[in-house]
Every structure is written in C-alpha cells, then in structure tokens.
Design a binder for this molecule. Structure first.
Ligand code: G3P
Ligand code: MG
Length: 252
C-alpha cells in the first residue's frame, strides 16, 4: 500500500488525549499522553455558540464540565471558564476546556500528530465541518508548506460534517468513522474521498482488512484496550489503533 502523502498513520493513537487517566479532551490529557510516549492524539471537536472549535465529547457540558447546558449554546468566553477536570479527579480540578487552537499549539510544539474527530452538536453538522476545516487549514498550512508537519486527519461518524470539511479544505485528509457495517458504508467513504476508515474494532477481520486495503483505504480501529486484540489486529495489518490504555501500551 502506498504511503499516504498527508498523514503518517502512527500505529498508536491516544484516545481523547490520554484515555481515562486524565480528564478527556483537555490539555492536561495531551500532556499525560505525551509523557507516556504517545505522539498521536485523537480528540472530539465541537463548536461553541460563537463558532469557536473546542474539545468536547458529549452534546451537553454536564458530565465533563459541570454545566447543565448544550455544548453549543454558550459562547467560548463562558465555556473557557468552566472546570473540565474536577469531575475526573481532585488533582485536575480547575483544568479548563481546551480550544482546538490550544491543542494545535501543543502538538506543533511537541511534534504531535492530530486526529480531529468532528463531533457536531446535532443540527450543527455543516457549520462544524466548515469551521474546523478552515481553522485547521489556517493553523497548519505554514508547517505543512515547510515540510515540518503533516496535516491533521479529520474524522467523523457524520458524513455531512465530512462533506462540509471536504468542500472547505479538500486537501485535508479525511476518515469515515463506522460503528457498524451497512451495505453502502464504504461507498460513502469513497464518495467523500476518504484516506481511511476508522472501524469499531470488533467489526474487523482479515478478509475485510484486505478488501479495504485493496480499495486503497487505510484502516484504523477504535477503541482498542485489550493487548491481545491489539496484537491480533496489528498482526493482520491494521494501520493504527486508538486506545485509552496510554499507560499500558508502549508506542513504537
Ligand atoms: O474516534 C474514535 C472514537 O473516539 C469514536 O468514539 O465516542 O469515543 O468519540 P467516541
Ligand atoms: Mg472520539
């Protein structure tokens, strides 16, 4: 399989920054993931009400930022004051939510590779794809032009968000996330001109992997936390896996 010109496909990618040992999707998580030797990071990105891309998994701020509001109903100046670490542990209390700009700066300072999952608040799919793609292009273009870094990989379960990202910045590599196989799922990936698909790991078997590689798609798996499963998948030729177990697996 030809090397992708745009994403290096590291074999080990830290889920939400550092899995579960630090508050997900915060800068603290990226620091912890990096301290365990990870250089590739997955994170979930949504937009604030005023269109600032920031890291948040859920559709509301309640679980990870203690505020009973929709994730896209407050403006960034309000969201940035919330505590995104206290829910996780006392030692992380006061950790602020992270903007995409802040984790980008972290990755650029530390040679990190980013997988940005477009996780639009329902109804906000097109705007999320457009804004995140535009900001990613603006933040990374100088480094990419200088040959100093690869583009981030934009992924999503949401085809509409990926289509909007493609329309805005077609040169950014894209991956379709799949939690189940449907008759047309790989046609969708092809239509969106995806570099890769990212499958829920139990969906993968050697025949499927071979078929996707023959179709020119790289294949990643989420969320692989079991060492036997990781070894099996990589033995079959998987291109990389997203894991919570940043303290257990040693990235090569
Ligand atoms: O990007 C892979 C994985 O993060 C998708 O599931 O719910 O953890 O964002 P989720
Ligand atoms: Mg995710």
């Amino acid at each position: 399989l030809a090397a992708s010109p745009v994403w290096p496909f590291p074999r080990w990618i830290a889920h939400r920054g550092a899995g579960t040992i630090a508050p997900e999707n915060t800068l603290a998580a990226f620091r912890v993931g990096a301290s365990h030797g990870f250089r590739a990071f997955e994170c979930d990105v949504k937009l604030s009400a005023d269109g600032i891309p920031y890291l948040m998994h859920d559709d509301t701020l309640l679980r990870t930022a203690g505020q009973d509001s929709g994730a896209s109903t407050l403006v960034w100046s309000e969201i940035s004051l919330l505590d995104a670490g206290g829910w996780h542990s006392r030692g992380h209390a006061g950790e602020p939510p992270a903007s995409l700009e802040a984790v980008t700066a972290f990755c650029q300072r530390n040679g990190g590779v980013l997988n940005i999952e477009l996780k639009p608040t329902p109804g906000d799919e097109t705007r999320t794809g457009e804004v995140v793609a535009a900001e990613t292009e603006a933040l990374w273009q100088p480094l990419v032009d200088a040959g100093q870094a690869p583009w981030p990989l934009l992924s999503s379960f949401n085809a509409k968000a990926l289509a909007a990202a493609r329309e805005t910045a077609p040169q950014l590599p894209r991956a379709l996330l799949l939690d189940q196989l449907t008759p047309d799922c790989f046609d969708v990936a092809e239509l969106l001109d995806c570099t890769a698909v990212i499958l829920e790991h139990s969906l993968i078997d050697p025949a499927l992997l071979q078929r996707l590689h023959h179709a020119g798609l790289r294949v990643l798996a989420y969320t692989v936390n079991d060492p036997d499963a990781a070894e099996r998948l990589l033995g079959w030729g998987l291109d990389g896996l997203i894991t919570d177990e940043v303290a257990r697996f040693v990235p090569d």
